[in-house]
Design a protein around this ligand. Structure first.
Ligand SMILES: Nc1ncnc2c1ncn2[C@@H]1O[C@H](COP(=O)(O)OP(=O)(O)OP(=O)(O)O)[C@@H](O)[C@H]1O
Length: 298
């Protein structure tokens, strides 16, 4: 097998030039590789759910091409479907079944079902499996949907805001399960969430969706390091023009005696330019993921 074939086999999901609904990723290729945990971030209405639906073949694309395990996602063979676990933002559980009946029905679709894992998750999350789904709370339904998506140990787990209705204990349990899932480097997770502390705990990579377009695809740490606040003392004294730096300033706050630049694309070259040319005191403030997202999205 040559390197090119090897790369194709290894890529779990590839999405090129995808357009559907508000999503327009013309000129962009998104990939999910084994072992990656991708946090999909974006404001309300950015198109996260739309993109996930397109990647999994639940919605037809207007343009572009997606492959999932090398197949068109609208025509996935059964053995590929069994390698995918999905929890939708709004669950589609059958309300007339009890939790146990629902899990029993779900496992009929899979050759592999880890009974111990399902029992452990039900126990850990105190899912009332004897109750009818229609009588469960929103959080209990979300936990049941997670058990159903995880018990067949899929190679690709796709979660659309999986923790939105979970209490902090259940959320922590979910994150530790997700960390265990990817520990062997073989399985991958794509999850959208507005809970940035969760994303920071579990994600290796980030897809940042802004108004339907991916504006960042890369490592979590690299994203955090690329957005800084530069706090400058006024009046600002520079020895030459800061052409490179100022091109990357996305916002400026000015108050008495202080000036703050929000810089996107911070790197060694910009740091060196500032160090060489700004003679008045200044500090560089590194940001957490949530602050970086807020600054980028304003
Ligand atoms: N069923 C639908 N019918 C018509 N338009 C829709 C539908 N679902 C989504 N949209 C449109 O697509 C846009 C993106 O919605 P989507 O659910 O993908 O956003 P999102 O990033 O997941 O948002 P949120 O963070 O609020 O879940 C919405 O603003 C809406 O205009």
């Amino acid at each position: 097998m040559n390197d090119r074939n090897h790369a194709v086999v290894q890529t779990l999901v590839s999405a090129k030039d995808v357009a559907l609904g508000v999503v327009n990723c013309a000129g962009q290729t998104l990939t999910i590789m084994p072992g990656q945990v991708i946090g999909l971030l974006g404001k309300n209405g950015a198109g996260k759910t739309t993109l996930l639906d397109g990647l999994l073949g639940y919605t037809f694309l207007n343009a572009g091409e997606v492959t999932v395990f090398g197949h068109n996602p609208t025509e996935l063979p059964a053995e590929v479907c069994s390698q995918i676990g999905f929890v939708a933002q709004q669950d589609d559980l059958m309300p007339w079944l009890t939790g146990s009946e629902m899990l029993a029905a779900t496992r009929l679709f899979y050759k592999h079902w880890n009974y111990d894992l399902a029992d452990r998750l039900v126990d850990r999350w105190s899912v009332p499996t004897w109750q009818k789904i229609s009588e469960m709370s929103v959080g209990e339904r979300q936990k049941l949907a997670l058990v159903a998506a995880m018990a067949h140990e899929p190679q690709l787990l796709v979660l659309d805001e999986p923790a939105a209705s979970l209490d902090p204990l259940a959320r922590r349990a979910l994150i530790s399960e997700l960390i265990d899932i990817v520990a062997d480097g073989e399985r991958s997770i794509l999850l959208s969430s507005h809970i940035f502390s969760d994303i920071e705990r579990v994600a290796s990579h980030i897809w940042l969706l802004e108004k339907g377009s991916i504006t960042y695809q890369g490592g979590l740490d690299e994203l955090k390091e690329s957005v800084v606040r530069l706090h400058l003392t006024r009046p600002l004294q520079v020895t030459a023009s800061l052409a490179l730096t100022t091109r990357h300033v996305i916002r400026t706050d000015i108050s008495t005696g202080r000036e703050t630049w929000i810089i996107r694309g911070w790197n060694e070259a910009l740091a060196a330019e500032c160090a060489a040319q700004i003679t008045s005191p200044y500090q560089v403030e590194a940001l957490g993921l949530e602050d970086a997202f807020v600054e980028i999205s304003q």
